[in-house]
Each structure stands twice: as C-alpha cells, then as structure tokens.
Ligand binder design. Structure first.
Ligand code: NA7
Length: 542
C-alpha cells in the first residue's frame, strides 16, 4: 500500500478510500494511465463499469466488430517486450482478439489489483477547501482523490433513439455496444437492424447468412469502403516485430496517427486518367487508404471531394444487383469523409440476398416500436429481434452523464451546454486537477491516446515535484483554444454532414460543436508539448 492510500474499498459498506489519483475507465487509455501513474509512485484506483478490461473492446462484442486501424499500429508502443510477445492474427483484428490483447496487458503489468470492476461512477464533486475530488459510485461507495482522470472513451455513451414503445417490444432487443457475452442465436429469426453506420456495416454481412430474414432500417447511406482484411503471414509478423520503432515513428509523423498520409497533390490538378488510376489503386488497397492516403484537398475542396465521392458511388452501384436498392445505398446528401467512412466486407453483397430487405426511413420514418416489431409511416414490420446500431453520444456524453461539479458547484453539463469547453482537450476551466484522457483527435486511437496519457503523467509529476496543489486552464486561454479549433475545423469537409457524431448532430438536441480535434496529430502534440515546456503555460497552478 502506498503512503497516501488509506483504505481499499471492495463494496458499498466500507469507509471512504483515499487515493492520489482515480482513473475512470479501464479501456485503452485507462489501462495505460493506471500503469503510468502507478510507476510514478502514486496510489491509484481505477473504476470500471464493466466486469472486465477493454472499454470499447469489452462492450462492443457484436458479430463482425473489428479494428479499422491496422493491427500493427493499434497495439501499445511503450513496451518492447509486449510488442515482441504479441502476435496479431489479422491485419484488422477482431473484437475477441482485441479484448484478449487488453486482458493480456492487464495481466502482464498486474493492473487488475488496482481496478474495481462493476463500479460505475455516479458523481464527482470538487472540494475547493481541500482541492480534492469526492467520487461516488452507483453502489454508494465513496472515494477521494487529488487527481481525477476520465479515461471514459470517445464512443462509449450509447445512444438509443427515444422511439415510443421501445419497452413494449416482446422479442429480444440489443444495442450493439451492450452486446451479450453469450452467442446470440439468430437461426431462422426475423431480425431488424436500425442504423447503417460503421457498426451496422460490420454487423450486417456477418448475420445476414444466419438469420431467417433481415430488415435494415437506413436513414443515411454511407460511403463504405472495402476493408480487405486478411490473416497476418508469419513473415509479415516477423517484419513488424523487427521494425516497430519505424512503424511508430511513422504514426507519430502522419496527420492521423496511422501509416496513411494524404497525397500532397490537388485532386483536380491531376489529369483525369491518372486521377482515376490513382483512385483505383487506392481502392484496391486495404483499410483507410482510400480516405487518408487520398488527395489532401478531398477534405477541404468541395469539387475535389465530389470527384472522389462519385467514384465511390459507382463502386457501390456496381455491387448491388437491384438498381433501385443500389440507388438507396448511394450517399448523395453529404460529402465523402464528412461522416466516418465505414470499412466493410461483403456489406453491399448482403443486399443481393433474398432474405435481406432495405427500408429507407427518410421515405417512411419509424413512428414507434410496437409489441410485434417496428411501425413506420408506411406499415408495421414483425420481428423476433431488434438490433439498435444507433451509435453514441460521442465525446461529451460519457462525461456529461456523470454528475460532475467543479468550482462553485458548476456542473460539467451546464458548462458544456453549448458544446465542450476545454484547453488542449485535456482540462476544462473550473474543474481543477480533472484530466480528460479521451483521444478526441481525428486519428488512430492508441498512438494519440498514449501521448495524452503521457502528457497528463508528466503534468502530475511536475506538480508533485514543485509541491503544487492544483492545476486548471485559464478561462480566456480555453476560449481562445475553442475559437482556434473551430476556425481550423471551418475549412474542413468534416463539419458538413447533416447528422454525424463528429459534430454531435447525430443526437437530437445536442449542440452542434466540433467534437473531434481537427488539427493534424503532430501539430496537436506540439501544442501540448509547448504548453508543458513553458511551465504549463495557459494553466493556473497553485
Ligand atoms: P453511427 O455512425 O453514429 O451510426 C448510427 C446509425 O444509426 C446511423 O446510421 C444513424 O443514421 C442511425 N440512426 C440514429 N438515430 C436514428 C433514428 N432515430 N432513426 C433511424 N436511424 C437512426 O454509430 P456506429 O455505432 O455505427 O459507429 C460509431 C463509431 O464507432 C464509428 O464511427 C467508428 O468510429 C466506431 P444517420 O446517419 O444519423 O442518419
């Protein structure tokens, strides 16, 4: 037991636990944050809602769930031993392997002993007299800490549209991000999937051959691109292991923290024949190459974007046999890349099956869920199973769902009523010693999450070395940061879809705001490093 740890709570009846740091969430960021803070010699407690580690890779266990990032770039980069002992089986690793990997990390670094599972944080209240946070779990258990780190994930607060009658349905219902651990048997069943985002696009082709009949309720078609997943050959595995430093160096240099980098040429300055050949070349490659190695101005120039968007539309048309269904699957109301590009395997072919029906809910919106199934403005459909693949209250939802109160009792919900306010995405004024370890940069999760965790760790080390009690951003600096982020985002296609979690517009009533940091990852990291190097410039330290 470290010096400042006075009690170790195990259930709702014990005395308040006192810690130097509390980490909320045992996903990719939380596990690493726990590890780093423990290395610093702090007493750390991690509270995790689930009964196992993994975060996103614990909760999202629906059929077909897998990385969209290349596996070799997703694993933690900070332990050479870990890198050398872990073999990725597929180029875009599936959820079971990913969960296994994070369990392996938790065991290897003995992290479990500081994690309390089935522990949902209900409230976090800042005490201005002691400069400490008091945490209350749903069980009633309480704990206090100097530093509070929310590693709660950017896509973890699930969203189910408030359809009337949801509870009345007499069949089984699932949200994809709360999928049961036991296999769901779809054999012969009439199944509905609501939503056609990245999740549904992974799920639909997996279950289509198994179900009796599948009805997909689509509101907005997406520009889905082939994943082209494959098994990792032993030689490739050896090559990765021999070159991890170069792989990670590359990921730290690129705009999005992956191996992909945008092409410096402007799309429409390249002669048509050469341009189309380039598109075909990108299309034939796996992963996000088609998006993130494309001409850079497809993300800023509407005409360049439309040129590639039309190329993708034709790819979709070529794969769907029924031209009416094909046209429904072709996105026309938003630019390519203004919503997350789903990576797919046999997604479009699923609609060529006799047992799959596509329902366009823009033509006939869902009116209500009934005891039997789903009623649109056109007709009622009967189902045995309804799957909600309806996404997340992204970035802010996992924080605003906690009753968080900072200085003067201000709640984070009130403070963020018009969108998130923060400095560098890491701290928010009025909430001292509270750190947000959510990678909301537009990039590879782990690479960028690691840098945020390391920034927080260095900051806490600095404070302890200098004998400082608390840190929070200056409100004016925060305002300037948000204005800057908005200005950078203005020039990007990413803000232009009518409904996208990038901007919070997928949730009715949620303020439209830039939720993903639009800066290139190296530029963002440089800003964070600069603030730290200048004695945490922009922050008030006491
Ligand atoms: P997404 O991408 O937010 O997709 C949610 C889907 O649910 C999307 O097709 C929505 O349509 C649809 N939706 C939401 N509300 C409704 C209502 N009321 N009626 C009909 N359809 C609705 O979430 P995912 O889980 O697929 O992916 C999230 C991220 O996880 C993904 O980007 C990856 O980064 C991993 P809409 O498009 O809003 O019209």
């Amino acid at each position: 037991m470290t010096s400042s740890q006075q009690s170790t709570p195990t259930n709702g009846t014990e005395p308040v636990g006192h810690y130097d740091a509390i980490v909320i969430g045992a996903g990719v960021s939380g596990l690493y944050q726990l590890y780093r803070l423990r290395e610093l010699g702090l007493s750390v407690r991690c509270y995790e809602d689930g009964d196992g580690v993994g975060g996103t890779w614990y909760w999202n266990r629906y059929p077909g769930c897998r990385f969209d990032s290349e596996s070799e770039t997703y694993g933690y980069s900070w332990s050479e031993e870990l890198l050398q002992e872990w073999d990725w089986k597929e180029h875009y690793s599936g959820q079971p392997e990913n969960e296994k990997y994070l369990n392996h990390v938790a065991d290897k670094f003995d992290l479990r002993k500081d994690i309390q599972f089935n522990a949902r944080v209900e409230s976090a209240i800042y005490d201005e007299k002691t400069n400490r946070w008091e945490i209350k779990l749903e069980s009633g258990q309480r704990a206090q800490t100097q530093f509070l780190i929310a590693a709660v994930g950017l896509l973890s607060a699930r969203y189910t549209p408030p359809f009337e009658g949801v509870e009345s349905f007499t069949g089984e219902s699932f949200h994809t991000s709360r999928w049961p651990k036991e296999k769901v048997d779809f054999t012969g069943k009439r199944v509905a999937v609501i939503g056609t985002g990245a999740t549904a696009v992974q799920l639909i082709p997996e279950i289509a051959p198994e179900v009796g009949h599948l009805t997909v309720f689509q509101r907005t078609p997406n520009y889905c691109a082939p994943c082209r997943n494959s098994e990792v050959a032993p030689e490739t595995q050896r090559q990765w292991k021999a070159t991890y430093p170069e792989i990670h160096k590359r990921c730290r240099e690129t705009t999005v923290g992956m191996r992909h980098e945008f092409d410096r040429r402007k799309a429409l300055e390249v002669p048509e024949e050469e341009r189309l050949a380039f598109y075909e070349e990108l299309w034939a490659k796996p992963g996000f190459t088609k998006w993130l190695s494309n001409f850079h101005d497809i993300m800023t120039n509407a005409k360049a974007n439309e040129d590639f968007a039309e190329f993708v539309r034709n790819k979709i048309r070529a794969r769907v046999k029924d031209p009416i269904v094909a046209e429904k699957l072709v996105p026309k109301d938003h630019p390519f890349g203004s919503k997350r590009i789903p990576l797919e395997t046999h997604y479009y072919e699923a609609y060529n099956r006799d047992n799959v029906l596509l329902v366009d809910v823009r033509e006939a919106p869902i009116e209500r869920i009934t005891p039997k199934g789903i009623k649109t403005t056109e007709r009622e459909y009967a189902f045995d199973v309804i799957i909600y693949a309806t996404g997340f209250d992204a970035v802010t939802g996992s924080l605003t769902r906690i009753d968080m109160r900072g200085e003067g009792g201000q709640t984070i919900k009130d403070k963020w009523a018009n969108g998130p306010r923060n400095y560098l995405g890491i701290q928010t004024a009025g909430f001292p010693n509270f750190f947000i370890a959510i990678n909301s940069a537009f990039c590879n999760y782990t690479v960028c999450a690691e840098s945020i965790v390391e920034w927080i760790t260095d900051c806490i080390r600095y404070m302890r070395e200098k004998g400082l009690r608390c840190i929070a951003p200056k409100p004016q600096v925060e305002d300037e940061w948000i204005a800057y982020i908005n200005k950078v985002a203005e020039g990007s296609i990413m803000t232009q879809a009518r409904s996208a979690w990038f901007m919070g517009t997928n949730i009715p009533g949620k303020p439209r705001a830039v939720l993903l940091n639009p800066l290139p990852a190296p530029a963002y990291r440089a800003k964070c490093a600069e603030a730290a190097a200048n004695g945490y410039e922009g922050f008030v330290l006491q």
